[in-house]
Design a protein around this ligand. Structure first.
Ligand SMILES: NC(=O)c1ccc[n+]([C@@H]2O[C@H](COP(=O)([O-])OP(=O)(O)OC[C@H]3O[C@@H](n4cnc5c(N)ncnc54)[C@H](O)[C@@H]3O)[C@@H](O)[C@H]2O)c1
Ligand SMILES: [Zn+2]
Ligand SMILES: [Zn+2]
Length: 394
């Protein structure tokens, strides 16, 4: 089959690889019809190279048609239309019972000290072949795959794999009071969807911050007060001005480790991308590799006693944090990978009618064949050509 594979920093290719096969009675094989490219894939493309091997298959936002199931898989069968959550979870351990599927005790990557395995996401997360491919082996398929109805195009359901539950969790964790305010840093797919969900949940004031003009414009189209990070003026002043001088009740950081505007982190970033893997890994584990400007802005913006919900992925082990300010402002902080399955029953009703309240049908800007993945990665990373969300369609 054809699959999108990692070959080095900013080098992904479409290779011919072996077709996946059922290996466990809990596996399924799915023929992929759509597969998103995510901001998280850009971390792999740019900095996480020390944790990936050449040839690893990328992708964790897939949906498709079941080809074959193992003996223990009974809730889906060949021919069913399914979406795969990006985290691989068992559905029967203590963590899964608690709704903490991203910490699943059956798939935890213990030798790396990490949580549940993820599709297509480095040795830290189990090095499981990903879903930007013609076919995907789905482990723990007795629980993971979400069956969706026939009819609407893939766009309607594909974001159940990641964007929707991730944005949903970020809003749940932000704990915005009814009629309250939230600032969302980063208006990529995750941040923008978080804005839409916050509005849906009854937030009165939704402020978005980014520096890409067409992303700001897009968010404005949805009633967000969108502020350009690079515009003249003190961002914190502008945001406080819009929130009774106090700052928003919550801030969602949907940027993550590649935040624009932090020179030291940028240097570490470039180094990890250039050094031999062992040295690069060491640097990431012992130095602050993240570009922390977005997180520091979140701490500055949030009102005293408010909540920061961190959904953007960070990866350094020794990042400096302004604990004096965090303590003094009495900030609540929640974070983590999305527990995808936990939120599906809440989200599904919003996808079943014709009204499409979250606007998923028109969310993607680019739908391209798998063969064009290398160009798609490059365009998405550079945010050229209005690139907002890519769906690869094998
Ligand atoms: N926790 C999870 O389960 C989970 C799941 C999916 C994605 N993510 C993470 O969410 C983040 C966003 O994903 P995405 O697909 O929307 O990515 P993206 O790269 O498309 O979006 C990030 C946006 O942040 C903006 N930005 C950069 N620096 C900024 C700054 N200093 N202030 C404000 N905005 C800034 C960029 O211009 C961009 O529009 C990534 O870190 C991704 O890894 C987390
Ligand atoms: Zn993703
Ligand atoms: Zn589990």
């Amino acid at each position: 089959m054809k699959a999108v594979t990692f070959h080095g920093k900013r080098d992904v290719r479409v290779d011919t690889v072996d077709d996946p096969r059922i290996e466990q009675p809990t596996d399924a094989i799915v023929r992929i019809t759509s597969s998103g490219i995510c901001g998280s894939d850009l971390h792999l493309y740019e900095v996480m190279g020390p944790y990936i091997d050449e040839g690893d298959i990328l992708g964790h936002e897939p949906m498709g048609i079941v080809e074959e199931v193992g003996a223990e898989v009974t809730h889906i069968k060949a021919g069913d239309r399914v979406v795969m959550p990006f985290n691989i979870s068992c559905g029967h351990c203590w963590m899964c019972d608690e709704g903490l599927q991203s910490q699943c005790e059956t798939t935890q990557v213990r030798d790396q000290g990490m949580g549940a395995a993820l599709f297509g996401f480095t040795k830290l997360y189990g090095q499981v072949p990903g879903g930007q491919a013609e076919f995907l082996r789905v482990p723990q398929a007795q629980y993971g795959p979400i069956k969706v109805p026939e009819g609407p195009p893939d766009d309607r359901f594909v974001y159940l794999s990641d964007v929707l539950p991730t944005a949903w969790q970020s809003v749940e964790y932000a704990n915005i009071p009814k009629g309250g305010s939230v600032a969302v840093l980063g208006l990529g797919p995750i941040g923008e969807m978080a804005c839409r969900i916050a509005q849906h949940h009854g937030a009165e004031q939704v402020i978005g911050i980014d520096l890409v003009a067409d992303r700001l414009e897009r968010a404005r189209g949805h009633g967000v007060l969108a502020i350009d990070l690079t515009a003249d003026g003190d961002i914190a002043e502008i945001v406080r001005g819009a929130t009774d001088g106090r700052g928003p009740d919550a801030v969602i950081d949907a940027v993550g480790m590649e935040a624009h505007g932090a020179p030291i982190g940028k240097l570490a970033h470039q180094l990890t991308g250039l050094l031999p893997d062992v040295v690069g890994r060491k640097l990431m584990e012992t130095a602050g590799i993240d570009r922390l400007s977005a997180l520091h802005l979140a701490i500055e913006l949030v009102r005293r006693g408010g909540t920061i919900s961190l959904i953007g992925v960070y990866g350094g082990m020794a990042d400096p944090m302004p604990l004096l300010t965090m303590f003094d402002k009495q900030i609540n902080l929640r974070m983590g990978q999305a527990n995808v399955k936990r939120w599906i029953d809440d989200i599904m009703p919003l996808l079943s009618g014709d009204d499409d309240p979250l606007g998923v049908d028109s969310f993607a800007t680019h739908r391209v064949p798998l063969a064009e993945a290398p160009h798609a990665y490059e365009t998405f990373q550079k945010k050229e050509d209005g690139a907002f969300k890519f769906l690869l369609q094998p």
